[in-house]
Write a protein that binds this ligand. Structure first.
Ligand code: PMV
Length: 316
């Protein structure tokens, strides 16, 4: 690979967390999501005199030969170059990501955003928000099948958001700080399979599934009020109620249930899965930062492969 010396163009995007409303958001209910800037993706683009080459944690080689799990990324790159009216050659694209994949933390949306931004920056083209969203939506459809769009919206936002399919996204003001712990089960959560399993459940048990989805919508509405008043105890109990509904929907699993129980026994105000579930991550609410640190340590001892804890301030 002959590299031509030039400063690389850069695009980046952060991770996201769904506070409440995963899965029910696919069926039109509202959801609340947060940017999670502790984890991010950076994409860099340089010119080379060769075919397009991709370098990331899982692959190093020509774009045309990426393994199945990276096909969404490959199609996002091709599609973006097509929109830019640029040839499909002569680029070295490197992805550096601290977002674990398949953990409900929005890695696929963040990767797509970072790639599109870096390719537009490389070609010195202005990137309109609608063009970015349309390209990322295509990449997300590749990754998830029928994405609600919440991952993309949260990965593009610097504030907590209120998201409902087809409606305007709203920033949420918090009445007080939140102390959150994210714990990784270490198990890959396949969002596409989890979403399809809920769809199957709808076909087999329409009434009870609709009831769970509606209840998740009610819980999310209440959470908006709990957030605006900074009522942590109320919010925590809503996390627990949401987790019970997600268990009924069949998207939790033993690895999640174990970490949820551990967090609750360590005094968490509430704990639930976040994202697609069936593996992935657990989100727990603490009383303060020291409490969050203690819960995070306990979760590691109980088998979490990684934890992050942080304070989210009232203004987001
Ligand atoms: O990509 P994940 O695993 O964070 O899940 C996204 C949330 C779902 O509601 C499960 C799917 C969707 O498209 O909204």
């Amino acid at each position: 690979m002959n590299q031509i010396t030039q400063r690389p163009a850069i695009g980046s995007a952060h991770s996201k967390l769904i506070l409440l409303g995963e899965h029910s958001v696919v069926y039109g209910m509202p959801a609340i999501a947060l940017p999670f800037p502790l984890l991010e993706v950076v994409s860099t683009v340089e010119e080379i005199s060769d075919q397009i080459t991709l370098i990331c944690d899982y692959y190093r080689g020509p774009l045309g030969q990426v393994p199945q799990k990276l096909r969404g990324i490959a199609s996002c790159i091709s599609e973006t170059l097509h929109i830019l009216n640029q040839p499909q050659k002569g680029l070295l694209i490197r992805l550096h990501s601290s977002i674990p994949i398949g953990r409900g933390l929005g890695s696929s949306a963040a990767i797509a955003i970072a790639i599109v931004k870096s390719l537009f920056a490389f070609h010195r083209q202005n990137l309109e928000p609608e063009v970015l969203m349309s390209l990322v939506h295509k990449a997300e459809t590749f990754a998830h099948g029928t994405p609600s769009g919440i991952d993309m919206a949260a990965a593009l936002s610097d504030f907590p958001i209120w998201f409902q399919k087809g409606k305007q996204i709203r920033n949420l003001q918090l009445g007080g700080p939140l102390y959150l712990i994210v714990a990784d089960t270490g198990h890959f959560g396949d969002t596409r399979a989890a979403v399809l399993s809920v769809r199957d459940k709808f076909r087999a048990y329409p009434e009870s599934t609709q009831k769970s989805v509606n209840q998740l919508g009610v819980i999310t509405l209440e959470a908006r009020a709990a957030l605006s008043t900074g009522n942590l105890a109320w919010l925590g109990s809503l996390f627990d109620q949401a987790q019970a509904e997600l268990v009924d929907l069949g998207v939790s699993d033993d690895s999640i249930n174990r970490l949820v129980d551990t967090a609750k026994k360590a005094g968490s105000l509430g704990a639930k899965l976040t994202g697609g579930g069936r593996g992935g991550c657990v989100l727990a609410l603490a009383k303060n930062l020291a409490h969050a640190k203690r819960i995070a340590n306990t979760l590691i001892k109980a088998g979490a492969s990684n934890t992050w804890y942080f304070r989210l301030d009232g203004n987001g």
